[in-house]
Design a protein around this ligand. Structure first.
Ligand code: ADP
Ligand code: ADP
Length: 226
């Protein structure tokens, strides 16, 4: 089963910038996949399209076999997104943010509470559940975005630069957490600037540059050539 399949994906923004040119890419279920590339390569555009935040100009996206253009809800519910920027209401509490997300997916209140506790505990945020999110440290905000992305238990988790700007200790504990959920079956795709991060986590990687995939290989094969 393919967790993600991109076919001939292109995006030209209104101003005329072509961010993606005819990108095709398959990610198998269970993979831990890294998307690398310099600034402006098109990584955020690709993630934006996959998570329905950016419209595609042409091509198709399938998430676990569901075409985003034809079965948007089926596709969307199979995906959890951890964006690069904190985008929650800073006045809502940690628990409220996660429960609201559960509500969006139609998860019943009782079940939502059970899951909220489970994921907030796993991410070391349970003690903070009653705090307004704006009072959290940067590392906690990142962990809150992960908890929020997991609440509907998506089989595919996509993280955009998950450890940019976090200290080494938190980075290592986030790596351990991601490895664990991948080992339990969640397919993970992340973008990163850190080759060390891709090397440590990802079995396969694609390198994107100027809107095109210029390399798609196992991480080991790439490292052997460096
Ligand atoms: P990356 O995430 O790899 O840094 P992006 O997808 O953000 O790359 O950007 C790819 C290209 O698209 C860049 O040239 C960028 O300036 C352009 N771009 C990104 N977002 C927009 C937008 N909303 N409107 C116009 N151009 C954009
Ligand atoms: P920061 O100051 O970096 O924003 P905190 O000081 O709030 O972060 O807490 C960071 C600590 O939380 C980490 O050192 C780590 O030991 C702990 N932690 C517990 N569970 C997790 C997890 N699942 N992912 C990341 N960190 C976790």
């Amino acid at each position: 089963m393919k967790a993600l399949s991109l076919q001939g994906l292109s995006k030209t923004y209104k101003g005329g910038t072509t961010a993606l040119s005819d990108v095709s890419l398959d990610v198998e279920e269970g993979a831990f996949f890294g998307l690398l590339g310099p600034n402006g390569a098109g990584k955020s555009t690709m993630i934006g399209i996959i998570s329905s935040l950016v419209t595609m100009s042409s091509g198709s996206v399938e998430i676990f076999g569901f075409d985003l253009n034809r079965h948007e809800w089926e596709a969307k519910t199979r995906l959890g997104l951890v964006p690069q920027e904190f985008n929650f209401n800073g006045f809502e509490t940690v628990e409220q943010i996660v429960l609201n997300q559960a509500g969006y997916y139609g998860i019943r209140r009782r079940e939502a509470r059970v899951r909220a506790e489970k994921y907030l505990r796993q991410l070391g945020l349970w003690e903070k559940r009653g705090d307004a999110s704006r009072t959290l440290s940067g590392g906690m905000k990142r962990r809150l975005m992960i908890a929020r992305a997991l609440i509907h238990e998506p089989p595919l988790l996509i993280l955009d630069e998950p450890t940019a700007g976090v200290d080494i200790e938190l980075r290592r504990s986030m790596w351990a957490f991601l490895r664990e959920i991948n080992a339990r079956g969640t397919t993970i795709i992340l973008t990163t600037h850190y080759l060390e991060e891709a090397e440590s986590l990802c079995r396969k990687i694609a390198i994107i540059d100027e809107g095109r995939i210029i390399e798609h290989t196992s991480t080991q094969a790439l490292l052997n050539r460096l």
